[in-house]
Design a protein around this ligand. Structure first.
Ligand code: SUD
Ligand code: ADP
Length: 273
């Protein structure tokens, strides 16, 4: 069985409060985008191993046991009698980019195992398992535009469609630590909620829809801030960093021609929303 875990972008991101457990409450809109990994599971016969993982494409740091697809397998194996499996993962989504690629792989693994081995878990139950894998994971179970609060785990499905627009995603060769990015923020509630702002036309988002991580991340890595300006120069009607970076996206009315000439040596992906 093969599935295609997709990425997400954040439409606005407000860090509202620091919690007693050290985590932060936030408000954001998660929006799915079609850049995809590929994840396949087949039975593993004649082996004394419980799993075998092969990763292709972009490399991921860490041991196989640290991979979120393997963590997802063990999470379900604690409760269900799962057989040994071979896992093939083609990584296309840049890792640690604020695009939720690893989180999506983990969530899609839960869904795949649920279907393949007829575990009969509901989406709500899968979301509970996904929350144990990481803050961003539960969103990818239903995978629909969502207004998220709490640590990013309390969901309200929202009615927003960016269909017809084009998206250009870029990522400089800079790694931003999510943990460090949070530590540089002074949490505050925004004057106007993201939920309200995104009901206005996209052309009006530029000065209103804010990602709170941008200020400190751009101060630390001016190149990322300059890349955002270049997205506007290329004609974006709205541009932002996604999550804690370092990826950025621009929304456009028409595809950008030859983006590789503007963003040399960057990861680049362009598609229709
Ligand atoms: C901020 C977001 C917005 O989408 O960033 P991106 O990962 O997309 O960049 C996410 O909520 C990130 O989710 P995720 O990347 O799954 O975070 P985790 O691995 O669970 O946490 C990494 C670290 O970030 C901090 N953290 C994370 C989430 C949160 N609500 N408050 C925090 O303070 C904690 O220090 C934690 O140890
Ligand atoms: N299947 C996977 N794909 C990508 N990263 C993974 C995966 N499994 C575990 N990770 C780890 O998760 C972290 C990045 O998570 P990811 O969701 O891709 O990025 P982000 O949280 O920035 O959106 C990295 O530290 C990486 O080592």
């Amino acid at each position: 069985m093969i599935v295609f875990p997709n990425a997400k972008i954040n439409l606005g991101l407000n860090i509202t409060e620091k919690r007693p457990d050290g985590y932060h409450n936030l408000e954001t809109v998660f929006y799915p985008v079609h850049i995809e990994d590929a994840l396949e599971v087949v039975p593993l016969n004649d082996s004394d191993k419980e799993f075998n993982l092969q990763v292709f494409g972009t490399s991921i740091a860490g041991n196989p046991e640290d991979n979120l697809v393997v963590k997802a397998y063990y999470l379900l194996k604690e409760r269900f009698n799962l057989p040994a499996i071979s896992i093939f993962l083609q990584k296309n989504i840049p890792s640690g980019a604020g695009m939720g690629g690893g989180s999506s792989d983990g969530a899609f693994m839960l869904k795949l195992l649920n279907d393949k081995f007829s575990l009969n878990l509901s989406d709500d139950e899968l979301e509970v398992f996904a929350a144990k894998l990481g803050a961003d994971c539960p969103f990818f179970i239903k995978n629909k535009p969502t207004f998220a609060t709490g640590t990013g785990n309390v969901f309200l499905e929202i009615n927003i469609s960016l269909k017809g627009l084009y998206i250009l995603i870029i990522k400089p060769e800079i790694f931003v630590s999510t943990r460090d990015a949070f530590s540089l923020i002074k949490p505050a509630f925004p004057e106007k909620s993201i939920k309200e702002i995104i009901q206005s036309p996209v052309e009006e988002w530029k000065d209103n829809l804010i990602n709170d991580f941008e200020k400190s991340v751009f101060a630390q890595y001016p190149e990322i801030g300059k890349a955002k300006e270049k997205l506007y120069e290329a004609g974006a009607i709205y541009a932002s960093m996604s999550g804690s970076g370092s990826s950025l996206y621009g929304l456009f009315k028409a595809p950008v021609e030859n983006p590789e000439l503007i963003f040399q040596d960057y990861f680049i992906w362009q598609g229709e929303l």
